[in-house]
Design a protein around this ligand. Sequence first.
Ligand SMILES: Nc1nc2c(ncn2[C@@H]2O[C@H](COP(=O)(O)OP(=O)(O)OP(=O)(O)O)[C@@H](O)[C@H]2O)c(=O)[nH]1
Length: 309
Amino acid sequence: MIGDYEGFRSGFACFVGRPNAGKSTLTNAVVGEKIAITSNRPQTTRHAIRGIVHRPDGQLVIVDTPGLHRPRTLLGQRLNDLVRTTWAEVDVIGLCVPANEDIGPGDRFIATELAALKRTPKLAVVTKSDLVGAGRLAEQLTAVAALGEETGVEWADVVPVSATTGDRVGLLTELLLAQLPEGPPLYPDGELTDEPEETLIAELVREAALEGVRDELPHSIAVVVEEMIPREDRPADRPLLDIHASLYVERDSQKAIVIGKKGSRLREVGTNARTQIERLLGTPVYLDLHVKVAKDWQRDPKQLGKLGF
Ligand SMILES: Nc1nc2c(ncn2[C@@H]2O[C@H](COP(=O)(O)OP(=O)(O)OP(=O)(O)O)[C@@H](O)[C@H]2O)c(=O)[nH]1
């Protein structure tokens, strides 16, 4: 088997870094299609979503992990466990450090944890390079190298990238591929993710619901796709997919915010999510959204299980 794929490399990579470092956006840029959700609110990524890059000489499977942070709730603890499990399983790790923010305790904490994974190659990725000038970028590259020395991480490479402009995203992909072991492709050609469609759709609804909400509400929103059924009696050239999804919040007051005046906000969320879902699936969709209260679900093991955590 190996012989058939001489020179071919395949394996898993993940981007780590403090919340808002640009991991999800970078995953999308590397994979080239919208897969992981992004948001300008920290700690919104919850699932280990994989994107797959197919190249003539290799296959790179990217696992998108949540931000590692000091856990305050049971959900927080589970998220951190998920991060550590993921780290131990991948072939290469990219630590993302934004170019426009000073290296802080959060980065040091993660780098120190990475140092413990002796055998896994690590790259330092300076993200959002478009936000700074050449001088600041050079400073940040030096600071990242120093972070490696300070924490005992040996960087295989240090790369500046911009997921927004695409600058050096291709180079980063090459450098990640170079760290993978030789072996046959792990997924069929053309596949972009092995995440079930329901999960991707739930994430798109959650992303739409997060738009413009504040304070603790972002962390209180969870989405479950209850049902997806093709509408019956539709002409073959005009199919319609019925999607029923529940949007969970923790309190009645949050429910009111999500629904908005006379349902205006929920309608907007539905429209935005539907557009994204139709883009993902390539088929017209009727999206039916229901807002439900699952009291303090972030602290309730039973509820967490039900919501897929
Ligand atoms: N200008 C610029 N902004 C970026 C870039 N990459 C990410 N961002 C922005 O930075 C913010 C955070 O990006 P995410 O990709 O959601 O960050 P993350 O590290 O996945 O965040 P968590 O899910 O909270 O861990 C978003 O507002 C992005 O639009 C970039 O290359 N350039």
